[in-house]
Design a protein around this ligand. Structure first.
Ligand SMILES: N[C@@H](CCC(=O)N[C@@H](CS)C(=O)NCC(=O)O)C(=O)O
Length: 214
């Protein structure tokens, strides 16, 4: 079987799929394409020109959520989605909250503190960083702190796509010099440390740090 993942690993969505592949112990070819100026032939695979796209023996699947679900259905072990309907819905919700909500704050730090000088040849926009840190992210951190309660994981106290979806956005936050105030959000800080310490995340984080601008 020939598996290929297209998209640079610094993307939180590409990383989500790479973590799923790693957790399931799957080998794949990785084409670390940037999402800017993608060729027309790529747009035939993903009409929005976004990364990632996954290919497997002629099958083409865009979108990290679709790809992750496909991998779960084709390689069920270890299970990364709950079986209980309510827990499954909650896990998909946290994944979506991360993909479309948390990212609005975490990406700001990543773009301003990691990408701006090295990739966009401009100074970081401090007002954007301050807005993310002081307005966008704190309510999301409060929500996650409360959702965790005394559990180690977000849904059913078992590691799932919810933790992968949330964890991948916090890697970009860390790349963008973001730190979680453990005095204010102790459970969230410990949780993110727990998720990022897993071998699936750890190996990718180390690989990506090597791409950090000096
Ligand atoms: N919902 C998509 C989001 C993918 C996405 O937005 N990727 C970004 C890179 S982090 C991208 O390709 N941006 C380029 C663009 O939107 O043109 C997924 O989960 O795959």
């Amino acid at each position: 079987m020939n598996r290929k993942l297209i998209g640079i690993g610094l993307s939180p969505y590409v990383r989500k799929v790479r973590v799923v592949l790693a957790e399931k112990g799957l080998e794949y070819d990785h084409e670390p394409m940037m999402p800017m100026g993608v060729p027309d032939e790529y747009k035939a695979k993903h009409p929005q020109g976004r990364i990632p796209v996954y290919e497997e023996d002629g099958k083409i699947i865009p979108d990290s959520s679709a790809i992750s679900l496909y991998l779960e259905k084709t390689v069920p072990e270890p299970a990364l989605y709950p079986t209980d309907p309510y827990e499954l819905a909650r896990a998909v919700w946290y994944e979506e909250f991360a993909d479309d909500g948390i990212v609005k704050g975490t990406a700001a730090l990543f773009q301003e503190n990691f990408l701006a000088r090295a990739f966009f040849q401009r100074e970081p926009d401090q007002a954007r960083i301050d807005e993310a840190l002081n307005e966008t992210l704190p309510p999301f951190f409060d929500y996650l702190e409360n959702a965790l309660g005394d559990d180690d994981y977000l849904v059913g106290n078992r590691y799932s796509i919810a933790d992968i979806g949330v964890g991948t956005q916090f890697v970009n936050f860390a790349h963008g010099q973001g730190t979680i105030d453990a005095g204010r959000w102790p459970k969230l800080a410990a949780y993110i440390e727990r998720i990022h310490s897993r071998p699936s995340f750890k190996g990718l984080i180390e690989e990506e740090r090597a791409m950090a601008p000096s």
